[in-house]
Design a protein around this ligand. Structure first.
Ligand SMILES: [Zn+2]
Length: 140
């Protein structure tokens, strides 16, 4: 276990609403992906589960769903950052019948008393049945 292991932010219980915003509990939504018991069936579900991983502080999941060609060596969470909501703005491809897809989103957070958001149009690829985050498309 890394000495940089982040302190877990506000506890998300198995029966809590899933941070990713789907109408499901964490236990029935993103937890099985985080725990390695299932793989996200679509690029959008992977994106949502990665957002949830930020919310619960699961760096290992973020790294293992990051394509090896673009994956950083380590990931540190911003101290005190709380993820407060995810908006999916659009998707292309990304289904079980695709090997590539994009998910455009806005992720909301609070940090040091300010509310802000992060926008990204992410690219995903599916290899050996596993969707992985590749990179961000440049803003149009
Ligand atoms: Zn979820």
């Amino acid at each position: 276990m890394s000495k940089n292991e982040p302190r877990r932010p506000a506890a998300i219980a198995p029966a809590s609403p899933c941070p990713c915003g789907r109408d499901a509990t964490y236990r029935d939504c993103c937890a099985p992906f985080h725990q390695g018991r299932a793989t996200a069936p679509t690029a959008e579900r992977l994106m949502r589960s990665r957002y949830s991983a930020f919310a619960v502080g699961d760096a290992a999941y973020l790294l293992r769903t990051w394509h090896p060609t673009t994956r950083p060596d380590a990931l540190e969470f911003e101290r005190g950052q709380r993820w407060t909501g995810l908006e999916i703005l659009g998707t292309t491809g990304g289904s079980a019948f695709h090997t590539e897809g994009t998910v455009e989103f806005r992720a909301h957070y609070t940090l040091r008393g300010h509310t802000d958001s992060r926008y990204e149009n992410s690219r995903f690829v599916r290899e050996v049945g596993q969707w992985m985050y590749l990179d961000a498309l440049p803003e149009a």
